[in-house]
Design a protein around this ligand. Structure first.
Ligand SMILES: [Zn+2]
Ligand SMILES: [Zn+2]
Length: 377
């Protein structure tokens, strides 16, 4: 079967012939891959910044944002059945007995760093025709979400952040008695930095949660991302175009920032604008460049005097995948067109190397595995 693979040693990215996987353990499930999302992580792997082939392989099949259809189940698999659509999680636990997060089912909090990630670190990914994995890593998607379910994995970042946020907000006892679980009705002013898929999905989650949401990005409006922001009831701000009224409305009044750009200078500039008892969630991973100057005294004063919290979040738990599938359903009901508009193009696997090595435009680009060419089970 074909697969899109990266060869770190020879610095190549190409479509290869890869061995078809078979079920070898009772709880395993075989999938025919349908959609695989491309993201910045894939681009960085293809720029050879990271990405580790499995032991004994000189290449890594990439792809971690996926949707597949179950075509075969092992004798002990009971949660999924043939014909189900599933999204498979990415990270697998490390082997160390002392890693309490991994031993408790939360490899997203792994402390040893020896976890593996499908399509990223030590295990082949999903940009291929067939995949076998344990059913415990698979999450069933309702059939009506077939076209958009590949957005589940990027949304899990916001779901994990929301879980953390809820727990952190318990530190504010006067809110506790009043906040319903989903934060609805609580008028928080939130700012999303970045209007890529992670930022826009985060904005959707915030707006569904009842937050007053601003999305800040480089590109001037109108553009496809600003159209989505406006359509879902957010406010789009672009570089250098933040009106004085908006600046006044936001300055010192932001309750929550969801950072999804990986631009450290921007993050630290916006950190200054946070209000009292607020939080700043960092999800972007900048490449390491030269140090930059930041207003450290002001930031430290604010963090202390305004009881602020800055936290980072990576990857997601199994629960977060279920929450994401649920929310994709909510977004799909509320904004069917905007949700679909996040997927700007679909390409064949043969086109993937060119996209990964070149400049990809659009919001979320998806590789669609053509079922007509998938014969061999
Ligand atoms: Zn990704
Ligand atoms: Zn671990």
């Amino acid at each position: 079967m074909k697969a899109v693979a990266v060869f770190p040693r020879t610095k190549e990215v190409r479509v290869i012939e890869h061995e078809v996987p078979h079920i070898t353990e009772q709880g395993q499930v075989k999938l025919r891959m349908l959609d695989i999302g491309l993201c910045g992580t894939d681009k960085e792997i293809c720029a050879f910044e990271y990405g580790t082939p499995p032991p004994g392989s000189d290449y890594l099949v990439i792809g971690h944002e996926s949707l597949g259809e179950v075509i075969e189940v092992g004798p002990a698999a009971s949660r999924v059945k043939v014909g189900d659509l599933v999204v498979t999680t990415v990270r697998r636990p490390c082997p160390h007995p002392e890693c309490r997060p991994c031993r408790s089912g939360y490899p997203d909090f792994c402390t040893t760093g020896d976890y593996t990630e499908r399509g990223i670190k030590g295990e082949h990914g999903f940009m291929t025709e067939y995949v076998v994995d344990d059913e415990r890593y698979m999450h069933v998607v309702p059939p009506e979400l077939r076209d958009v379910a590949v957005l589940t994995e990027p949304l899990t970042i916001a779901e994990k952040a929301r879980d953390q946020t809820r727990q952190i907000m318990r530190r504010l006892p006067w809110l506790n008695s009043e906040i319903p679980e989903d934060m609805r009705g609580l008028s928080l002013t939130t700012v999303v930095l970045g209007a890529g898929p992670v930022g826009l999905l985060g904005a959707m989650a915030l707006i569904v949660g009842g937050c007053d949401t601003y999305v800040y990005a480089l590109a001037p409006a109108p553009n496809p991302s600003s159209d989505i922001v406006e359509a879902i009831g957010g406010k789009y701000l672009s570089q250098g175009k933040v009106s004085v009224e908006t600046q006044k409305a936001l300055f010192g009044h932001i309750h929550l920032v969801y950072e999804a750009t990986g631009v450290s200078r921007l993050a630290f500039e916006v950190l200054k604008l946070l209000g009292p008892n607020s939080m700043f969630i960092v999800t972007g991973v900048p490449s390491l460049k030269a140090p930059i100057g930041v207003d450290a005294d002001l930031l430290m004063r604010n963090i202390v005097l305004k009881n602020q919290i800055v936290f980072g979040t990576v990857n997601a738990s199994s629960e977060n995948f279920d929450e994401a599938i649920n929310d994709i359903g909510v977004f799909h009901q509320r904004w069917p067109q905007s949700l679909r508009a996040l997927i700007t193009s679909r390409f064949s696997p043969e086109e993937a190397p060119g996209l990964l090595l070149g400049k990809i435009g659009g919001i979320k680009n998806v590789i669609t595995v053509d079922s007509a060419t998938s014969r061999e089970h």
